[in-house]
Design a binder for this molecule. Sequence first.
Ligand SMILES: [Fe+2]
Length: 376
Amino acid sequence: MGLSRIPLAQRLGVERACAGEDPSDWRRCGMANPSSVPWRLSGELPLHLEPDADSSVGALCEGLRENADWLRQSLLQHGAIRFRGFDVRAPDDFERIARCVNPALGKDYLGTSPRDAVTEYVFNASELPDFFPIAQHCEMSFCAQPPSHLFFCALVAPATGSGETPICDFRKVWRDLPEGLRERFLAGGIRHVRNYAAPGKRGDAVQLKSWDEMFQSQDHSIVEQKCRNEGFEPVWLEGDGLRLISTQPVFRTHPLTGEAAWHNHATTFHTTSAVGEYEQIVKLRPTDRHRSVLDMARTLEEQILAKPPDERSMHTTWVDGSEISREELEAVRDVIWQNTVIEPWLEGDVLAIDNFAVSHGRMPYEGPRRIVVCWA
Ligand SMILES: [Fe+2]
């Protein structure tokens, strides 16, 4: 049996598990029998969905509309679906598929990665340098209302063994945190500080963009309004820089299933993030390039640690401003990496992610790679 259906039934609170082959079981549970959908299915995280016959985007969209209940339940259960083998060639094809999963695409991006727009709703996933690791995170978890779904598409697949978009079930991470650590995070709470350069300026090597790029405006009052909407405290700095201070939940419960998931940016924004990620990357892929980037990251981290915490490009502390230790974050990182799934991209792949259940990141790469993103 490819799909583990019993946990979903329990999570959704239905009376009886949908484990039988009798189609009435499936209908009662609000699910379509997977054998009735017109695709080949495999895997757990992500669920792989491939064409049986017709690989056109039109046929896929029609199938997704006809099996809307199955799609919704499968994405809730697995947390991510990879559409593979369909004729996806351009950003428009990708956007069509994403809209079949969730039509309410957004375009306000308040994250830290530099992102260029490709269409009104599709963006290059990240313009960060290819060696830069992106730690696992749920998209915009520090915002008041993070996106429900996130979509990626490989328009140009990177070389094998690099540039993947790993994903991780953050529901499992929340459950698997070592004894006492979950309580420590709940008691301490999470506070982020981010410093953005003035329009047209760049800060240090890890300062990612200027505040007007992030807020798409040079008007202080518009920026302040957007900050209020998201719960960020804006502090204007000398030279027109902008500091954002914000607290955020440690975990969130899924709006439909009620399941709790680790849902914060502590392991992404903390000063130790780059070194912590590269130590894991070197364990997995011990290449000379990765080792030398790790050395570079350690040197850079020493320089950053010499700065006062609130003046760093980004950093995370407990809510009272005291430091979260490297060891506490390492323990979280270990659980995340134990649950992380790394699959190679194939050209035309589309990955749909439930942003309240599953996180994403990026492995370093060299050479061509073009991954685009949209969210809803
Ligand atoms: Fe992201």
